[in-house]
Design a protein around this ligand. Structure first.
Ligand code: ATP
Ligand code: MG
Length: 580
């Protein structure tokens, strides 16, 4: 059908294993051994600035930046900005900040496909001059009809055989703004009978009189994604162009465009022009997109969720965006570990959300200092302590890591414990505080509940307990006390709110064909806020960590955006154990 000078490889049957080695790493190792790209590895991450990055993008980022770093190579950040209607500077800024946060540094300044518009225009003229592109006046609807279908070949456009001179003149007039949007387009002259619809004279340029976030009103014709992507790769000297599987059928077009141009002219327009590297065309290789159950990843749907106020913004902590996950308290290291553990394969699969949660817990367990915070406080008066009692107890910040130091936890006459840690009439097997029973205050003394104080309506308002002063760091004499509860000084504690998050969707596949609208399966309980929590004062000291394991409750992170000086809000990043 067409000549295939560049060396794209089909990797069917290649190693699909999901451990540290994967088919892309293997391919790159092989190419290096063969000295295929002059021993270079140069990748790129090419987001379209039409939304925030999500966890799926993290997989692509870790892969592109990862394989470059492992091979002493480079990775560019390139905004694929050929669709100005949907793009904006806000998205450009957010994407840059998310990638840095994830821990990656792109090569030099960020690039924009729009940086290359002038070069792309020159290459288009070269295609016209070699009889490989023409200006077509068919309307979008007509062009669709001429294109044929999966079962029927297309038909040649009546404008396909225009002379080179006429095409050059028309294309120049397109650029000069002489035609209205949609009046004509520049198309590649390939094969209207190709079984691959992408090869049926695809559009290379469209007319759009619209202001672009980078180029302003300089252009009124915009190159298509397919035309732009391969050439941007070629101009940047990319060796391995890694993309997701939906572009597999576009690969012949990627190769056709590059092979239809004079390679010396591409080399001369490229970043390698003044180096001694032998110029080699980039190669596209596809891998499977990351999909997660109970989650929607897809910028279009995420944007809809933001615009219809299903969530409070792109960085809502329930969103699978990097901005949302960061705000919720996920760490960059945990996300990178997760991306490594899901591996890179050539076939689509759905990853269990539990795997991401496991990676988060694993990292937070090691890195989060411990602290006590009572979410639903119940006052406990320690009756045998003097009113002004203030005892500074020293506690380890981490049970397994002494290097994380110790903190001071004040014990006063009035403390709080969680309401759920007291039962007047305990159910079977209840090991915490009961009327007349004993429990240990974590890191402090054993206390005994002598009196349950109630209001007129019978609600418990406080407990009166006596302290066994002989139990600090010691077992009580002659009896066993099994239960341990967390507590906070009522007088010294810090008031705060916590936001408890749960999965946004109640079904595994919110995008299933059986569900008309994802709103049908939203989890009504995905956000609960508790506003009268009390935490130990150490968490607000100068230089305190923004993240904690609130003992017996979960991992929490200060929400810097929602908090004010007087109202601190912590997000529950994740529970201690999987409750699903
Ligand atoms: P979406 O479907 O969310 O809009 P996209 O592919 O249109 O995603 P781009 O901005 O074009 O978004 O993506 C930038 C890069 O990230 C591309 O190389 C794309 O293939 C990759 N990517 C996007 N989604 C995923 C995903 N779920 N898993 C892995 N890589 C992804
Ligand atoms: Mg895209």
């Amino acid at each position: 059908m067409t000549d295939q000078k560049s060396a794209s490889t089909t990797l069917d049957g290649a190693d699909d294993s999901s451990t540290s080695s994967n088919f892309i790493r293997n391919k790159i190792a092989h190419d290096l051994k063969e000295n295929k790209h002059g021993g270079r590895v140069h990748t790129r991450f090419p987001p379209e600035p039409n939304g925030y990055l999500h966890i799926g993008h993290a997989k692509s980022i870790c892969l592109n930046f990862g394989v470059a770093a492992e091979n002493s190579g480079l990775c560019n950040l390139r905004f694929d900005d050929t669709n100005p209607e949907k793009e904006s500077q806000e998205y450009v800024d957010a994407i840059k900040s998310n990638i840095s946060w994830l821990g990656f540094q792109w090569n030099g300044d960020e690039r924009y496909s729009s940086n290359y518009f002038e070069k792309l225009y020159e290459f288009a003229i070269q295609l016209i001059e070699s009889g490989k592109a023409y200006v077509c006046d068919l309307s979008a609807a007509e062009a669709r009809e001429y294109r044929g279908s999966l079962t029927e070949p297309g038909r040649n456009s009546p404008h396909r055989d225009r002379s080179i001179e006429e095409n050059k003149e028309l294309f120049a007039r397109m650029r000069a703004g002489e035609f209205a949007d949609g009046a004509c387009s520049l198309r590649a002259k390939i094969d209207m009978a190709s079984p691959n619809i992408n090869m049926r004279d695809p559009v290379l340029y469209r007319i759009r009189h619209i202001v672009h976030h980078q180029t302003g009103s300089k252009w009124c014709i915009y190159p298509t994604y397919d035309y732009t992507h391969c050439l941007s790769d070629a101009i940047e000297g990319i060796t391995h162009s890694l993309c997701t599987l939906e572009f597999e059928d576009h690969r012949p077009l990627y190769d056709w465009i590059l092979n239809s141009l004079d390679i010396a002219s591409i080399a001369a327009a490229s970043d390698l022009a003044n180096t001694d590297s032998d110029y080699v065309l980039p190669e596209q290789t596809e891998f499977a997109k990351l999909k997660l159950n109970y989650t929607i990843v897809g910028k279009r749907q995420l944007k809809e969720m933001v615009e219809t106020n299903v969530v409070e913004g792109w960085d809502d902590p329930r969103m699978p965006t990097l901005a949302g996950m960061r705000r919720r308290g996920f760490t960059a290291a945990a996300i990178r570990n997760f991306c490594e553990s899901v591996g890179v394969a050539r076939s689509d699969s759905v990853v269990d959300l539990g795997m991401l949660e496991h990676a988060i817990r694993d990292d937070l367990d090691k890195t989060s200092p411990r602290a006590m915070c009572v979410l639903n406080p119940l006052t406990v008066v320690l009756t045998n302590l003097p009113d002004e009692h203030l005892e500074n107890l020293s506690m380890a910040n981490h049970p397994k890591n002494e290097e994380m130091g110790r903190r001071t936890v004040p014990l006063t006459k009035r403390v709080v414990i969680d309401r759920s840690d007291f039962e007047e009439v305990p159910p079977q097997g209840f090991k915490r505080l009961t009327a007349g029973g004993e429990v240990r205050l974590r890191g402090a003394y054993v206390i005994k509940c002598d009196d349950v104080i109630k209001d007129d309506a019978g609600n418990i308002i406080e407990l009166h307990c006596s302290v066994d002063l002989d139990t600090l760091g010691k077992k009580p004499e002659g009896r066993k006390v099994k239960g341990v509860v967390h507590w906070v000084s009522e007088t010294k504690g810090i008031a705060l709110s916590v936001r408890l998050y749960d999965r946004l969707f109640t079904v595994e596949n919110p995008e299933s064909k059986d569900i008309e609208d994802f709103r049908e399966c939203l989890n009504e309980d995905s956000l609960n806020e508790l506003t009268s929590c009390l935490a130990e004062p150490a968490i607000m000291e100068e230089g305190a960590s923004p993240r904690y394991q609130f003992e017996r409750e979960g991992y929490y992170c200060l929400d810097e955006k929602a908090s004010t000086e007087n109202a601190r809000i912590f997000n529950r990043t994740i529970t201690l154990r999987d409750s699903w």
